[in-house]
Design a binder for this molecule. Structure first.
Ligand SMILES: [Zn+2]
Length: 217
C-alpha cells in the first residue's frame, strides 16, 4: 500500500499535538484530511501510535471506502463532513479535548483572540461556541453548520460541554492553530488571576483580518 503525502502529513500532525502537550489525559482526538470534493482520510478511532496505513477513507455521506473504523469514529464522520461541505477550501480538520480550550467549551464562553499566536496562525477573531448536541447527532451537526454560516471566517469552534474543532488548509497548519488556541485559552485562564486578559489595541484585529481577506481573494 502506498502512503500518500496527505496521509503522512496527517499522522505527523497527530504526533505534533502530543509533542506540543495540547492533548487531554485520555489522548482523545480525531483528525481528517480532504482527498477531493467527496472523500477524506479519517483517523480510525485512536491517534496514539497512529500509522498512515491505519487511516480510513470515507465519503462525505459516511460511506467507508477503505480501511477500518471503530464504531466511535463512525459517529464523527458527519461532524467532519459538515465542515468540509460548509468550507470547500478546508483541507484538514482536527477535534481534540485540549483541556484549557475545553474549559471555555464547558463554560459556554467564546474564546477571545487576545494573543499573538492566535492572531497570526489563522484565528484573528473569537472562537464561537456551538450549542451542545450528542456527538455526531443531527442536532450537533446542524449546530456546527449554523455557526459556520453565521461566522464565515472562523477557523475553529468550541463544541459546548465537549471540546474543540479546528480546520485549515492542511493538517500542519490546522495542528498549529490547535496549539495556538490551547495556548491562548491557557493564557486567558492564567490572566484571570491577574485581573483578566486585555484586548489588543483598536485596529490590530481588523488589520490582520484585512490582510487575510486580501490573501484569500
Ligand atoms: Zn470529542
Amino acid at each position: 500500500m502506498t502512503v500518500s503525502p496527505t496521509a503522512r502529513q496527517l499522522v505527523e500532525a497527530a504526533e505534533s499535538l502530543f509533542t506540543a502537550g495540547v492533548m487531554s489525559h485520555s489522548g482523545h482526538a480525531n483528525l481528517s484530511a480532504r482527498l477531493d470534493s467527496d472523500r477524506f482520510l479519517l483517523t480510525p478511532g485512536f491517534v496514539r501510535g497512529l500509522r498512515p496505513t491505519d487511516l480510513a477513507t470515507v465519503t462525505l455521506d459516511g460511506q467507508l471506502l477503505e480501511g477500518e473504523l471503530r464504531s466511535v469514529s463512525t459517529e464523527i464522520i458527519a461532524m467532519h463532513s459538515a465542515v468540509y461541505r460548509a468550507r470547500p477550501r478546508v483541507g484538514a480538520i482536527i477535534h481534540t479535548h485540549s483541556p484549557a480550550a475545553t474549559a471555555f467549551a464547558v463554560a459556554h464562553r467564546p474564546l477571545p483572540c487576545r494573543t499573538e499566536p492566535m492572531l497570526r496562525f489563522g484565528q484573528p477573531e473569537d472562537v464561537p461556541v456551538v450549542p451542545w448536541g450528542p456527538r455526531g447527532s443531527d442536532v450537533s451537526v446542524r449546530g456546527i453548520a449554523s455557526v459556520l454560516s453565521q461566522r464565515p471566517t472562523t477557523s475553529a469552534v468550541l463544541l459546548a460541554n465537549h471540546g474543540l474543532l479546528v480546520f485549515g488548509p492542511d493538517s500542519a497548519a490546522t495542528a498549529h492553530l490547535v496549539v495556538a488556541i490551547e495556548e491562548s485559552a491557557e493564557a486567558e485562564l492564567a490572566a484571570a488571576a491577574l485581573g483578566g486578559a486585555v484586548d489588543f489595541p483598536a485596529g490590530a484585529l481588523a488589520d490582520v483580518q484585512a490582510a487575510i481577506a486580501r490573501a484569500a481573494s
